[in-house]
Design a protein around this ligand. Structure first.
Ligand code: PMP
Length: 416
Protein backbone atom coordinates (compact mmCIF):
# COMPACT_ATOMS: atom_id res chain seq x y z
CA UNK A 1 0.00 0.00 0.00
CA UNK A 2 1.33 3.46 -0.88
CA UNK A 3 1.90 5.66 2.13
CA UNK A 4 0.22 9.07 2.15
CA UNK A 5 2.94 11.40 1.01
CA UNK A 6 3.28 15.00 -0.11
CA UNK A 7 2.66 13.93 -3.71
CA UNK A 8 -0.61 12.20 -2.97
CA UNK A 9 -2.72 14.85 -4.67
CA UNK A 10 -1.09 14.52 -8.09
CA UNK A 11 -1.08 10.72 -7.88
CA UNK A 12 -4.80 10.57 -7.06
CA UNK A 13 -5.71 13.04 -9.81
CA UNK A 14 -3.89 10.78 -12.24
CA UNK A 15 -5.74 7.70 -10.97
CA UNK A 16 -9.09 9.49 -11.34
CA UNK A 17 -8.19 10.45 -14.90
CA UNK A 18 -7.67 6.79 -15.76
CA UNK A 19 -11.09 5.57 -14.62
CA UNK A 20 -13.50 8.53 -14.86
CA UNK A 21 -14.44 10.62 -17.91
CA UNK A 22 -12.39 13.77 -17.64
CA UNK A 23 -11.14 12.58 -14.25
CA UNK A 24 -13.98 14.33 -12.43
CA UNK A 25 -17.14 13.43 -10.47
CA UNK A 26 -19.79 15.74 -11.91
CA UNK A 27 -19.31 18.67 -14.30
CA UNK A 28 -17.11 20.63 -11.91
CA UNK A 29 -13.61 20.80 -13.27
CA UNK A 30 -10.71 23.13 -12.64
CA UNK A 31 -7.56 23.78 -14.68
CA UNK A 32 -4.98 21.06 -13.99
CA UNK A 33 -2.61 23.37 -12.14
CA UNK A 34 -5.17 24.14 -9.42
CA UNK A 35 -7.06 20.83 -9.39
CA UNK A 36 -7.06 18.85 -6.16
CA UNK A 37 -8.48 15.83 -4.41
CA UNK A 38 -10.06 16.44 -1.01
CA UNK A 39 -8.64 14.66 1.99
CA UNK A 40 -10.95 16.14 4.60
CA UNK A 41 -12.96 19.18 5.57
CA UNK A 42 -14.20 20.88 8.72
CA UNK A 43 -16.09 24.10 9.30
CA UNK A 44 -15.27 26.46 6.43
CA UNK A 45 -12.01 24.70 5.58
CA UNK A 46 -11.35 22.08 2.95
CA UNK A 47 -7.97 20.34 2.86
CA UNK A 48 -6.41 18.66 -0.13
CA UNK A 49 -4.48 15.42 -0.25
CA UNK A 50 -1.22 17.31 0.10
CA UNK A 51 -2.47 18.90 3.29
CA UNK A 52 -3.10 22.36 1.81
CA UNK A 53 -6.08 24.12 3.38
CA UNK A 54 -8.49 26.32 1.42
CA UNK A 55 -11.32 28.50 2.63
CA UNK A 56 -14.26 26.69 1.11
CA UNK A 57 -16.86 28.74 -0.74
CA UNK A 58 -18.16 25.73 -2.70
CA UNK A 59 -19.58 24.10 0.43
CA UNK A 60 -20.57 20.95 -1.41
CA UNK A 61 -22.29 23.10 -4.06
CA UNK A 62 -24.69 24.45 -1.46
CA UNK A 63 -25.88 21.82 1.01
CA UNK A 64 -23.39 22.63 3.78
CA UNK A 65 -24.90 25.85 5.08
CA UNK A 66 -23.68 24.87 8.57
CA UNK A 67 -20.18 24.11 7.32
CA UNK A 68 -18.45 20.76 7.09
CA UNK A 69 -19.00 18.26 9.91
CA UNK A 70 -21.26 20.43 12.01
CA UNK A 71 -21.38 18.63 15.39
CA UNK A 72 -25.19 18.51 15.49
CA UNK A 73 -25.36 17.01 12.00
CA UNK A 74 -22.59 14.51 12.73
CA UNK A 75 -24.33 13.48 15.93
CA UNK A 76 -27.67 12.98 14.14
CA UNK A 77 -26.01 10.86 11.45
CA UNK A 78 -24.18 8.77 14.05
CA UNK A 79 -27.37 8.23 16.02
CA UNK A 80 -29.21 7.06 12.91
CA UNK A 81 -26.24 4.98 11.77
CA UNK A 82 -26.60 2.88 14.88
CA UNK A 83 -30.16 2.02 13.81
CA UNK A 84 -29.52 1.33 10.14
CA UNK A 85 -28.74 3.21 6.97
CA UNK A 86 -31.70 2.37 4.78
CA UNK A 87 -35.08 0.66 4.95
CA UNK A 88 -37.09 1.67 1.82
CA UNK A 89 -40.04 2.25 4.07
CA UNK A 90 -41.37 4.78 6.56
CA UNK A 91 -39.01 5.94 9.27
CA UNK A 92 -39.22 8.63 11.94
CA UNK A 93 -36.52 11.00 10.57
CA UNK A 94 -38.28 11.09 7.17
CA UNK A 95 -41.67 11.78 8.76
CA UNK A 96 -40.23 14.50 10.98
CA UNK A 97 -38.41 16.09 8.07
CA UNK A 98 -41.64 16.07 6.03
CA UNK A 99 -43.46 17.71 8.94
CA UNK A 100 -40.78 20.40 9.17
CA UNK A 101 -40.92 21.08 5.43
CA UNK A 102 -44.71 21.40 5.48
CA UNK A 103 -44.45 23.80 8.39
CA UNK A 104 -41.69 25.94 6.85
CA UNK A 105 -42.57 26.08 3.16
CA UNK A 106 -45.45 28.42 2.31
CA UNK A 107 -46.80 26.36 -0.63
CA UNK A 108 -46.37 22.97 1.05
CA UNK A 109 -49.37 20.97 2.12
CA UNK A 110 -47.71 17.68 1.23
CA UNK A 111 -44.14 16.70 0.36
CA UNK A 112 -42.60 13.74 -1.38
CA UNK A 113 -38.91 12.89 -1.16
CA UNK A 114 -36.40 12.22 -3.89
CA UNK A 115 -32.66 11.62 -3.76
CA UNK A 116 -31.54 14.58 -5.88
CA UNK A 117 -32.65 18.01 -7.00
CA UNK A 118 -32.89 16.83 -10.61
CA UNK A 119 -35.26 14.06 -9.64
CA UNK A 120 -37.41 16.59 -7.80
CA UNK A 121 -37.75 18.96 -10.77
CA UNK A 122 -38.34 16.03 -13.13
CA UNK A 123 -41.17 14.69 -10.98
CA UNK A 124 -42.67 18.13 -10.41
CA UNK A 125 -42.87 18.63 -14.17
CA UNK A 126 -44.51 15.23 -14.52
CA UNK A 127 -47.11 16.09 -11.89
CA UNK A 128 -47.82 19.33 -13.76
CA UNK A 129 -48.36 17.46 -17.03
CA UNK A 130 -50.64 14.96 -15.36
CA UNK A 131 -52.65 17.68 -13.64
CA UNK A 132 -53.14 19.83 -16.73
CA UNK A 133 -53.23 17.23 -19.49
CA UNK A 134 -50.78 19.49 -21.36
CA UNK A 135 -47.30 18.51 -22.56
CA UNK A 136 -45.10 21.60 -22.82
CA UNK A 137 -43.04 23.28 -20.16
CA UNK A 138 -41.38 26.66 -19.98
CA UNK A 139 -38.10 27.49 -18.35
CA UNK A 140 -35.76 30.47 -18.53
CA UNK A 141 -32.56 30.97 -20.47
CA UNK A 142 -29.47 30.01 -18.45
CA UNK A 143 -31.55 28.71 -15.55
CA UNK A 144 -30.68 25.27 -14.21
CA UNK A 145 -32.98 22.54 -12.98
CA UNK A 146 -30.79 19.45 -13.01
CA UNK A 147 -29.40 17.10 -15.63
CA UNK A 148 -32.61 15.36 -16.77
CA UNK A 149 -33.80 15.79 -20.36
CA UNK A 150 -36.24 18.66 -19.72
CA UNK A 151 -33.70 20.50 -17.61
CA UNK A 152 -30.93 20.56 -20.20
CA UNK A 153 -32.77 20.26 -23.53
CA UNK A 154 -30.91 22.48 -25.98
CA UNK A 155 -27.75 22.47 -23.86
CA UNK A 156 -26.46 18.93 -24.33
CA UNK A 157 -26.22 16.17 -26.91
CA UNK A 158 -28.37 13.12 -26.43
CA UNK A 159 -31.82 14.67 -26.05
CA UNK A 160 -34.59 13.37 -28.31
CA UNK A 161 -35.99 16.05 -30.62
CA UNK A 162 -39.47 15.38 -29.27
CA UNK A 163 -38.35 16.52 -25.84
CA UNK A 164 -36.59 19.66 -27.01
CA UNK A 165 -39.72 20.65 -28.92
CA UNK A 166 -41.67 20.54 -25.68
CA UNK A 167 -39.49 23.09 -23.90
CA UNK A 168 -40.15 26.80 -24.33
CA UNK A 169 -37.45 29.17 -23.16
CA UNK A 170 -38.24 32.55 -21.67
CA UNK A 171 -36.05 35.45 -20.60
CA UNK A 172 -35.75 35.82 -16.83
CA UNK A 173 -37.03 39.16 -15.54
CA UNK A 174 -38.57 40.16 -18.89
CA UNK A 175 -42.11 40.51 -17.61
CA UNK A 176 -43.80 41.64 -20.81
CA UNK A 177 -42.42 38.95 -23.12
CA UNK A 178 -42.77 36.20 -20.55
CA UNK A 179 -46.41 36.99 -19.86
CA UNK A 180 -47.10 37.15 -23.61
CA UNK A 181 -45.31 33.84 -24.21
CA UNK A 182 -47.27 32.09 -21.47
CA UNK A 183 -50.55 33.54 -22.67
CA UNK A 184 -49.92 32.51 -26.29
CA UNK A 185 -48.86 28.97 -25.40
CA UNK A 186 -51.19 28.38 -22.47
CA UNK A 187 -53.35 25.73 -24.08
CA UNK A 188 -50.34 23.42 -24.38
CA UNK A 189 -48.35 24.63 -21.41
CA UNK A 190 -48.29 22.39 -18.32
CA UNK A 191 -45.78 24.27 -16.21
CA UNK A 192 -43.50 27.21 -15.85
CA UNK A 193 -40.40 26.28 -13.86
CA UNK A 194 -38.20 29.03 -12.53
CA UNK A 195 -35.38 29.58 -10.08
CA UNK A 196 -36.85 32.47 -8.07
CA UNK A 197 -33.33 33.88 -7.82
CA UNK A 198 -31.84 32.67 -11.08
CA UNK A 199 -28.14 31.87 -10.72
CA UNK A 200 -26.69 35.34 -10.02
CA UNK A 201 -29.75 37.31 -11.10
CA UNK A 202 -32.14 38.66 -8.50
CA UNK A 203 -35.82 38.70 -9.46
CA UNK A 204 -36.80 42.14 -10.73
CA UNK A 205 -39.60 43.77 -8.76
CA UNK A 206 -42.88 42.34 -10.00
CA UNK A 207 -41.42 39.45 -12.04
CA UNK A 208 -42.37 36.60 -9.71
CA UNK A 209 -45.73 38.25 -9.03
CA UNK A 210 -46.38 38.48 -12.78
CA UNK A 211 -45.53 34.80 -13.19
CA UNK A 212 -47.92 33.93 -10.38
CA UNK A 213 -50.70 36.01 -11.87
CA UNK A 214 -50.47 34.78 -15.46
CA UNK A 215 -50.06 31.11 -14.52
CA UNK A 216 -53.09 31.34 -12.24
CA UNK A 217 -55.14 32.93 -15.01
CA UNK A 218 -54.11 30.34 -17.59
CA UNK A 219 -54.19 27.23 -15.39
CA UNK A 220 -50.45 26.62 -15.82
CA UNK A 221 -48.65 25.04 -12.86
CA UNK A 222 -46.04 27.40 -11.42
CA UNK A 223 -42.99 25.58 -10.07
CA UNK A 224 -40.36 27.36 -8.02
CA UNK A 225 -37.10 25.47 -8.16
CA UNK A 226 -35.81 26.09 -4.65
CA UNK A 227 -33.03 23.51 -4.80
CA UNK A 228 -30.57 26.34 -4.11
CA UNK A 229 -32.75 28.98 -2.46
CA UNK A 230 -34.71 26.65 -0.16
CA UNK A 231 -33.63 27.27 3.46
CA UNK A 232 -30.81 29.51 2.16
CA UNK A 233 -32.75 32.70 1.55
CA UNK A 234 -34.47 32.24 4.89
CA UNK A 235 -36.65 29.70 6.67
CA UNK A 236 -39.37 30.06 4.01
CA UNK A 237 -36.83 30.12 1.14
CA UNK A 238 -37.47 32.39 -1.81
CA UNK A 239 -41.24 32.04 -1.38
CA UNK A 240 -41.02 33.45 2.10
CA UNK A 241 -38.53 36.13 1.16
CA UNK A 242 -40.36 37.44 -1.90
CA UNK A 243 -43.89 36.71 -0.71
CA UNK A 244 -44.95 34.74 -3.80
CA UNK A 245 -46.25 31.21 -3.43
CA UNK A 246 -46.03 28.74 -6.33
CA UNK A 247 -48.13 25.62 -6.88
CA UNK A 248 -45.16 23.28 -6.52
CA UNK A 249 -41.61 23.78 -5.27
CA UNK A 250 -38.56 21.58 -5.55
CA UNK A 251 -35.79 21.07 -3.03
CA UNK A 252 -32.40 19.42 -2.66
CA UNK A 253 -29.07 20.47 -1.18
CA UNK A 254 -29.68 21.94 2.32
CA UNK A 255 -32.62 19.68 3.22
CA UNK A 256 -30.31 16.66 3.03
CA UNK A 257 -27.63 18.21 5.24
CA UNK A 258 -24.89 17.01 2.88
CA UNK A 259 -26.38 13.61 2.11
CA UNK A 260 -28.47 12.81 -0.99
CA UNK A 261 -32.03 14.03 -0.49
CA UNK A 262 -34.49 16.17 -2.42
CA UNK A 263 -38.21 16.82 -2.31
CA UNK A 264 -41.22 18.10 -4.18
CA UNK A 265 -43.61 20.17 -2.10
CA UNK A 266 -46.95 21.64 -3.02
CA UNK A 267 -50.68 21.77 -2.79
CA UNK A 268 -52.61 18.71 -1.67
CA UNK A 269 -54.53 18.69 -4.95
CA UNK A 270 -51.36 18.36 -7.04
CA UNK A 271 -49.27 16.24 -4.70
CA UNK A 272 -52.05 13.72 -4.18
CA UNK A 273 -51.71 12.74 -7.85
CA UNK A 274 -48.45 11.06 -6.75
CA UNK A 275 -50.16 9.02 -4.05
CA UNK A 276 -50.06 5.29 -4.90
CA UNK A 277 -53.70 5.24 -3.81
CA UNK A 278 -54.72 7.72 -6.48
CA UNK A 279 -56.37 5.96 -9.38
CA UNK A 280 -57.22 7.29 -12.80
CA UNK A 281 -55.60 8.63 -15.93
CA UNK A 282 -53.83 11.41 -14.04
CA UNK A 283 -52.11 9.11 -11.51
CA UNK A 284 -48.38 9.86 -11.36
CA UNK A 285 -45.73 7.24 -10.73
CA UNK A 286 -43.20 8.76 -8.33
CA UNK A 287 -40.82 6.38 -6.61
CA UNK A 288 -37.16 5.59 -6.13
CA UNK A 289 -35.18 3.20 -3.94
CA UNK A 290 -33.60 5.78 -1.67
CA UNK A 291 -36.56 8.18 -1.26
CA UNK A 292 -36.75 9.33 2.34
CA UNK A 293 -33.50 7.62 3.27
CA UNK A 294 -33.27 7.82 7.08
CA UNK A 295 -29.61 8.82 7.23
CA UNK A 296 -30.13 11.73 4.83
CA UNK A 297 -33.37 12.70 6.55
CA UNK A 298 -31.62 12.75 9.94
CA UNK A 299 -28.83 14.94 8.55
CA UNK A 300 -31.35 17.27 6.91
CA UNK A 301 -33.50 17.48 10.00
CA UNK A 302 -30.52 18.32 12.22
CA UNK A 303 -29.51 21.03 9.74
CA UNK A 304 -32.98 22.58 9.73
CA UNK A 305 -33.17 22.43 13.53
CA UNK A 306 -30.00 24.50 13.79
CA UNK A 307 -31.15 26.90 11.07
CA UNK A 308 -34.42 27.66 12.82
CA UNK A 309 -32.70 28.73 16.05
CA UNK A 310 -32.95 32.46 16.77
CA UNK A 311 -30.30 34.59 15.11
CA UNK A 312 -28.94 31.99 12.68
CA UNK A 313 -30.43 33.52 9.53
CA UNK A 314 -29.45 37.00 10.74
CA UNK A 315 -25.86 35.80 11.06
CA UNK A 316 -25.97 34.24 7.59
CA UNK A 317 -27.41 37.44 6.09
CA UNK A 318 -24.71 39.46 7.75
CA UNK A 319 -21.89 37.17 6.61
CA UNK A 320 -23.19 37.26 3.03
CA UNK A 321 -23.49 41.05 3.10
CA UNK A 322 -19.98 41.44 4.53
CA UNK A 323 -18.58 39.13 1.86
CA UNK A 324 -20.29 41.14 -0.89
CA UNK A 325 -18.86 44.37 0.49
CA UNK A 326 -15.35 42.91 0.88
CA UNK A 327 -15.36 41.48 -2.65
CA UNK A 328 -16.71 44.71 -4.15
CA UNK A 329 -13.91 46.55 -2.39
CA UNK A 330 -11.33 44.07 -3.70
CA UNK A 331 -12.26 44.64 -7.35
CA UNK A 332 -11.90 48.41 -7.14
CA UNK A 333 -8.83 48.58 -9.41
CA UNK A 334 -9.87 45.90 -11.87
CA UNK A 335 -8.94 46.52 -15.51
CA UNK A 336 -12.23 44.80 -16.44
CA UNK A 337 -15.59 45.77 -14.93
CA UNK A 338 -16.71 43.38 -12.20
CA UNK A 339 -19.94 43.44 -10.24
CA UNK A 340 -21.02 41.49 -7.22
CA UNK A 341 -24.56 40.13 -6.83
CA UNK A 342 -26.39 37.84 -4.47
CA UNK A 343 -28.69 37.82 -1.51
CA UNK A 344 -28.27 36.43 1.99
CA UNK A 345 -25.69 33.66 2.20
CA UNK A 346 -25.23 33.50 -1.56
CA UNK A 347 -22.80 35.67 -3.49
CA UNK A 348 -22.23 36.11 -7.22
CA UNK A 349 -19.10 37.28 -8.98
CA UNK A 350 -19.69 38.65 -12.49
CA UNK A 351 -17.30 40.10 -15.07
CA UNK A 352 -19.13 42.65 -17.16
CA UNK A 353 -21.27 45.71 -16.77
CA UNK A 354 -24.88 46.75 -17.11
CA UNK A 355 -28.08 46.47 -15.12
CA UNK A 356 -27.63 43.41 -12.84
CA UNK A 357 -31.36 42.71 -13.03
CA UNK A 358 -31.25 42.29 -16.80
CA UNK A 359 -30.63 38.72 -17.90
CA UNK A 360 -28.84 40.13 -20.96
CA UNK A 361 -26.20 41.69 -18.73
CA UNK A 362 -25.33 38.24 -17.40
CA UNK A 363 -25.54 36.50 -20.76
CA UNK A 364 -23.10 38.97 -22.27
CA UNK A 365 -20.69 38.87 -19.34
CA UNK A 366 -17.12 37.72 -19.88
CA UNK A 367 -17.20 34.05 -18.89
CA UNK A 368 -13.54 33.46 -19.77
CA UNK A 369 -12.33 36.34 -17.59
CA UNK A 370 -14.54 35.15 -14.76
CA UNK A 371 -13.11 31.64 -15.01
CA UNK A 372 -9.62 33.09 -14.93
CA UNK A 373 -10.47 35.12 -11.83
CA UNK A 374 -11.98 32.13 -10.08
CA UNK A 375 -9.02 29.93 -10.98
CA UNK A 376 -6.66 32.53 -9.58
CA UNK A 377 -8.75 32.67 -6.41
CA UNK A 378 -8.34 28.92 -5.96
CA UNK A 379 -4.60 29.29 -6.51
CA UNK A 380 -4.64 31.84 -3.67
CA UNK A 381 -6.46 29.58 -1.25
CA UNK A 382 -10.15 30.45 -1.75
CA UNK A 383 -11.95 27.42 -3.16
CA UNK A 384 -14.74 28.61 -5.47
CA UNK A 385 -16.98 26.84 -7.96
CA UNK A 386 -16.07 28.09 -11.43
CA UNK A 387 -18.94 29.94 -13.08
CA UNK A 388 -21.23 29.45 -10.09
CA UNK A 389 -21.75 31.16 -6.75
CA UNK A 390 -19.91 31.56 -3.50
CA UNK A 391 -21.85 29.85 -0.75
CA UNK A 392 -21.46 31.22 2.74
CA UNK A 393 -22.04 29.07 5.82
CA UNK A 394 -22.52 29.76 9.51
CA UNK A 395 -18.85 28.80 9.90
CA UNK A 396 -17.38 31.54 7.71
CA UNK A 397 -15.52 33.99 9.92
CA UNK A 398 -14.31 37.51 9.27
CA UNK A 399 -10.88 36.14 8.46
CA UNK A 400 -12.44 33.75 5.92
CA UNK A 401 -14.18 36.71 4.31
CA UNK A 402 -10.90 38.61 4.29
CA UNK A 403 -9.17 35.61 2.71
CA UNK A 404 -11.69 35.60 -0.15
CA UNK A 405 -11.26 39.34 -0.67
CA UNK A 406 -7.46 39.02 -0.65
CA UNK A 407 -7.63 36.13 -3.11
CA UNK A 408 -9.88 38.16 -5.40
CA UNK A 409 -7.65 41.23 -5.15
CA UNK A 410 -4.66 39.11 -6.18
CA UNK A 411 -6.70 37.47 -8.94
CA UNK A 412 -7.83 40.83 -10.33
CA UNK A 413 -4.19 41.86 -10.64
CA UNK A 414 -3.67 38.99 -13.11
CA UNK A 415 -6.39 40.29 -15.48
CA UNK A 416 -5.15 42.26 -18.43
N1 PMP B 1 -32.12 23.02 -9.50
C1 PMP B 1 -31.22 23.95 -9.21
C2 PMP B 1 -31.67 25.38 -9.09
C3 PMP B 1 -29.88 23.61 -9.03
O1 PMP B 1 -28.96 24.57 -8.78
C4 PMP B 1 -29.51 22.24 -9.11
C5 PMP B 1 -28.09 21.77 -8.89
N2 PMP B 1 -27.15 22.69 -8.66
C6 PMP B 1 -30.51 21.31 -9.42
C7 PMP B 1 -31.80 21.72 -9.59
C8 PMP B 1 -30.18 19.86 -9.55
O2 PMP B 1 -29.88 19.29 -8.32
P1 PMP B 1 -29.00 17.96 -8.26
O3 PMP B 1 -27.62 18.35 -8.68
O4 PMP B 1 -29.10 17.54 -6.82
O5 PMP B 1 -29.62 16.98 -9.18
Amino acid sequence: MTALTETNNAALLERAERVMPGGVLASFTTPADVAFVVREAHGSTIINEDGRPYVDYVMGSGPLILGHRHPRVVEAIERQLASGTHYYTLNKPAIELAETLVEAIPCAELVKFTSTGAEATFQALRIARAATGRDNIMRFRAGYHGAHDYGVAGATAGIAAGVTDRVLVGEFNDIENTVAQIRENADQLAAVIVEPFQRNIAPAPGFLEALREITRLTGVVLIFDEVVTGFRLGWGGAQGRYGVSPDLATYGKIIGGGLPLGAVAGSRRLMDLASPGHKGGDAVYFSSTLNGNPLAAAAGLATLEVLREPGVYDALESAGARLRIALADAVGDSPKPIFITGVGAMVGLNVGSGDPLLAATHHSSDAAARKKLETEMIRRGAFVNLGARLYVSTEHSDSDIQAAADALRGAVATLV
